[in-house]
Design a protein around this ligand. Structure first.
Ligand code: FAD
Ligand code: DLZ
Ligand code: SF4
Length: 523
């Protein structure tokens, strides 16, 4: 056995053991800084606990495990000793903590180095390692984000409300993105009002780039299909990028073909179109295959070169530099209490059709079908279709959170929870948004072509053919009228409800109650 083989097998004691988690696949990861490849070992472990703490979509598990295997192969090719534990290794303990303990016992490292976990759950476990493992433990901050925990805390200090818009302006100034001197390019910070066009019939939607699985990914697909066949989706349809190089190709494809349309049609929906002009980068970005700073710089360069309009460039950069960082800040600022928030007292079980797409409401059928087919749905599907329905029907935040965390390829609790519990469900009482994103069928009809092919009539609010979003909307306003009356942004619908003829109000409530009673939920 050569010296290198010995190191690969973890025979040499005394170096550092460096843990890399499944969503930490970045060469510049803080936990890999100042690595001594002569003595150190990188630990990566595929574990059952992480694959099943919610029933992740099959394509999400393929994505994480295939990307982990490619990343490990890349490290090994650079001469790094990698202790890579496969899911089907008979010695696998099934948990990150178990694999760390096993590696520490086998390698007796001088020190364990890790990058902080993205999720509170795992961060808590890691915080106990110093006492449990009998080895020095160093947990480093995750430098891949543009706003550190302490910077967010400093920004939030003394503010009665945390609003993304003001956070975003500071991030633009701090990183000098789309600014000329002290002023925002184009004279305003936010072109949101220019991001809300309906998709015209004659616009051709560009195809998205698909990635055929290589031998490594094909092996993972077979493993996942065999082990997690009962989870949502089909592993065999997998087409996501799993390496940094492929993720960059996918991003370039977006910049070239879809970014120009992203500004205008960011909020649009169209039948049979899961992706429209969206970037599809969240899964790669959250794994660490892409770098947020580089993406913003590339998009700004497109604007500066006159290749894309400002509403497209600003609209995209706002999502990364603004929303993504703000959402992470909110998560860490408010955890662990955030996970308990349920400001509207929602308690209903999740309807079965969230797992099957078997519903005659066409908008929901479309959004959930995209989710099953691709482990993806774009923001407006998540917020204004599945999220809005869960808000209006009062589904328990725990159940909604667990669903979103399971079904999307990009879902990790730090980003999923404030979006779901906060933005979509208003369960945080207004931390993420100043009012609930509640909408009737009229909004869905304005932003999509779904209603024309639906079993229900979007123009009717009561009666057997009425669009359920219409009576559910008024039922929601009526249920929370007292609470919402104190919110100036909800004053209008509350006043409209109060002014409505009693007969009409009764009919709306009766239709809503009978619809809710008929919702199929498996206990
Ligand atoms: P694009 O529309 O092309 O946007 C570009 C990028 O901006 C995204 O890739 C993402 O990194 C970032 N971004 C945009 N909006 C947000 C946001 N609200 N929060 C954080 N980042 C944002 N995003 C996740 O990454 N993981 C999740 O688990 C997740 N859960 C969500 C749950 C709900 C209920 C809602 C309403 C939104 C959720 N989002 C989540 C945010 C957003 O919907 C996705 O980031 C986006 O749809 C991913 O597709 P895309 O890459 O094509 O994004
Ligand atoms: C999501 C995920 C999955 C499905 N599997 C693994 C795994 O086997 N090993 C691993 O290290 N990480 C995995 N992950 C990502 C972790 O869940 C993620 O690192 C934590 O949720 C912290 O964000
Ligand atoms: Fe959705 Fe209502 Fe339109 Fe049907 S009519 S697609 S249920 S909004």
């Amino acid at each position: 056995m050569t010296k290198m083989d010995e190191r690969r097998n973890g025979r040499e004691a005394g170096g550092a053991l460096r843990l890399v988690l499944g969503d930490q696949l970045s060469p510049g990861l803080s936990g890999l800084d100042e690595m001594d490849i002569a003595t150190d070992t990188v630990l990566m472990a595929e574990v059952m606990d992480e694959c099943t703490y919610v029933p992740h979509h099959q394509q999400k598990i393929v994505l994480v495990l295939a990307a982990m295997r490619h990343f490990a192969a890349g490290l090994a090719a650079r001469g790094v000793a990698v202790r890579y534990v496969r899911l089907d290794d008979p010695a696998n303990t099934g948990s990150i903590a178990g694999e760390v303990a096993r590696a520490v016992a086998a390698l007796t490292p001088a020190k364990l180095i890790a990058t902080e976990a993205g999720e509170w759950r795992l961060a808590q476990i890691m915080a106990g390692w110093r006492d449990q493992l009998g080895v020095a433990v160093e947990i480093r901050a995750d430098g891949r984000f543009l706003c550190s925990h302490s910077d967010f805390t400093a920004w939030a200090a003394g503010r009665a409300n945390l609003r993304m818009e003001y956070f975003y302006r500071e991030m633009r100034r701090r990183y000098r993105v789309l600014v000329d001197g002290d002023a925002p390019c184009g004279g305003q910070w936010n072109f949101d009002s220019e991001n809300r066009k309906r998709l015209p019939r004659d616009v051709a939607v560009p195809a998205v780039k698909q990635f055929a699985p290589d031998a490594i990914t094909a092996e993972v697909i077979a493993l996942v299909a065999a082990q997690f066949g009962g989870h949502m989706g089909r592993a065999t349809d997998f087409a996501w990028p799993v390496t940094a190089a492929d993720a960059m190709q996918a991003f370039d494809d977006f910049v070239r073909h879809r970014l120009p349309g992203f500004g205008d049609w960011q909020d649009a929906m169209a039948a049979g179109q899961p992706f429209l002009f969206h970037s599809l980068i969240s899964a790669s970005l959250n794994l660490g295959l892409l770098d947020a700073r580089a993406l913003c710089a590339a998009v700004e360069a497109q604007y500066r070169a006159g290749r894309v309009a400002l509403n497209a460039a600003e609209g995209f950069i706002r999502q990364i530099l603004g929303w993504r960082e703000f959402i992470r800040g909110v998560y860490w600022h408010h955890m662990p209490g955030y996970a308990q928030k349920n400001a509207l007292g929602a308690a209903r079980a999740l309807p079965d059709f969230y797992w099957t797409a078997r519903t005659d409401m066409r908008c929901l059928q479309q959004a959930i079908t995209h989710t099953i087919d691709h482990a993806y749905a774009h923001h407006i599907h998540r917020l204004m279709i599945t999220g809005n329905f869960a808000l209006l029907t009062g589904i328990a935040p725990d159940a909604v959170d667990a669903w979103y965390l399971a079904v999307y390829a990009d879902a990790y609790e730090w980003v999923e929870m404030p979006n779901t519990r906060g933005m979509a469900l208003f369960a945080d009482g207004g931390i993420v948004g100043s009012k609930p994103y509640a909408a009737s069928g009229a909004y869905i009809n304005k932003m999509s072509d779904y209603c024309s092919g639906c079993a229900y009539d979007v123009k009717q609010s009561t009666g057997p053919n009425a669009c359920p979003f219409n009576f559910l909307y008024w039922h929601f306003i009526a249920t929370h009228a007292e609470k919402f009356a104190r919110n100036p942004r909800m004053a209008m619908p509350v006043a409209s409800w109060a002014r409505m003829a009693p007969g009409k109000r009764q009919a709306l409530l009766a239709d809503a109650e009978s619809f809710l009673a008929g919702l199929n939920t498996t206990p």
